[in-house]
Design a protein around this ligand. Structure first.
Ligand SMILES: [Ca+2]
Ligand SMILES: [Ca+2]
Length: 379
């Protein structure tokens, strides 16, 4: 039974990988069918991924303070708000990030984009404080921080739930900014940036010389090195290994992985023990439109999310157990997130998916050099 199952799930994983690779090829990411895609403007790329936007515990209060202090920022320590109240910006940013599940690095890049708040070393005018994050209408500095995170979360949820922000930004659909640049957002997080600020900015070809636009967010995000630490290529997972059962603190090690297919006899290595460890995988994978069955097998606990929706929830000690969940997906990239923990004894973590009806000729007609010869049409 076990061997048969292992073969079965291996097949699903292989199908998933081959689909991803195939679709990467089709999408032009590895071998551009459309030469223009190789030099597409940055605003059409996934310069901010959904996984990055949602990585709400990427920095705690102390880490935010250290980061702001490294720029000698005015906002690194408790300050007086425009209403006379004293508040601690690093603490407010960390709390707001958790409350709205928005990466504090996104909040910091927005603070820099709107008010040079990271690199500003002296107190800005009260008017700048009231509009610190450029959010909706003048308020207090701390309300601006909260407002920004709330907005970004709302856009993200609108895109998840309806496919569009209220203002009409969609993933993969061209829309022209108010300064005349046609943008095709690659991710929900990018679409949310343009919903927040519907200007590309003069550095991205905008026709209003005084408007910095979303370019300023991208510039801050890149300058601060926020984009480098969490990104793996589409079709891969960012895998974070923790030396405890609860994915807490900082990972013991992190790497990009192509699949989740483990039956650890002992330790995953790199300083993680045989028992009492946990792993989080986050990755964007290309799917053709269709109905999919996600399959997970685990010893011990496992949870699987697709685009932020929990579809498999088996967070308990158990012998190797299989779980299945069906999901209908639109064409394009979708975020798969998996969390796993090992208590003791054996440790198994396998996750894959299969499409309800796979049209085999697609594989057979394509030249995939080095592709596995054991690919079969099973349906
Ligand atoms: Ca073990
Ligand atoms: Ca176990």
């Amino acid at each position: 039974m076990r061997t048969k199952f292992t073969k079965s799930i291996l097949r699903h994983i292989v199908i998933g990988i081959v689909l991803s690779v195939l679709n990467l090829l089709l999408a032009g990411n590895l071998m551009p069918a459309n030469p223009a895609s190789a030099q597409q403007p940055v605003y059409n790329t996934a310069f901010l991924t959904d996984a990055q936007l949602e990585n709400y515990n990427s920095m705690n209060t102390d880490q935010i303070r250290t980061f702001l202090s490294s720029y000698n920022s005015y906002f690194r320590q408790p300050i007086q708000d425009v209403d006379g109240q004293t508040f601690d910006p690093p603490a407010v940013i960390a709390q707001t990030a958790i409350q709205y599940r928005v990466n504090p690095k996104v909040i910091l890049a927005t603070l820099e984009k709107e008010s040079n708040g990271v690199t500003r070393t002296t107190r800005p005018s009260d008017n700048t404080m009231r509009f610190l994050m450029g959010c909706v209408s003048p308020s207090t500095a701390r309300q601006q921080i909260t407002c920004a995170a709330e907005r970004l979360r709302a856009y993200h949820d609108q895109l998840t739930n309806t496919g569009s922000t209220v203002s009409g930004w969609q993933v993969g659909v061209p829309k022209t900014t108010q300064d005349g640049v046609t943008v095709t957002p690659a991710t929900k997080a990018v679409a949310g940036q343009f919903a927040y600020t519907p200007y590309a900015g003069v550095r991205w070809g905008g026709n209003q010389p005084s408007v910095g636009g979303v370019f300023l967010f991208y510039h801050a995000w890149s300058r601060f090195g926020f984009g480098n630490s969490t990104s793996c290529a589409a079709g891969q997972y960012r895998a974070e290994y923790y030396n405890d059962r609860s994915l807490s603190g900082s990972p013991t090690f992190t790497r990009c992985e192509g699949s989740i297919n483990y039956d650890w006899g002992g330790s995953p290595g790199n300083g993680v023990g045989d028992d009492n460890f946990s792993v989080r995988w986050t990755g964007r994978h290309y799917f053709r439109k269709g109905n999919y069955t996600f399959i997970a097998r685990a010893d011990d606990g496992i949870r699987v999310w697709v685009d932020g929706s929990l579809i498999i929830d088996a967070w308990r000690d158990q012998a190797p157990t299989e779980y299945r969940a069906k999901r209908s997906l639109s064409a394009g990239e979708h975020e798969i997130k998996v969390e796993f923990y090992e208590n003791s004894g054996g440790a198994v973590a396998q996750v894959g998916w299969e499409q309800a009806s796979i049209t085999c000729p697609i594989y057979r007609n394509r030249s995939l050099s080095g592709s596995p010869t054991f690919m079969q049409c099973e349906n």
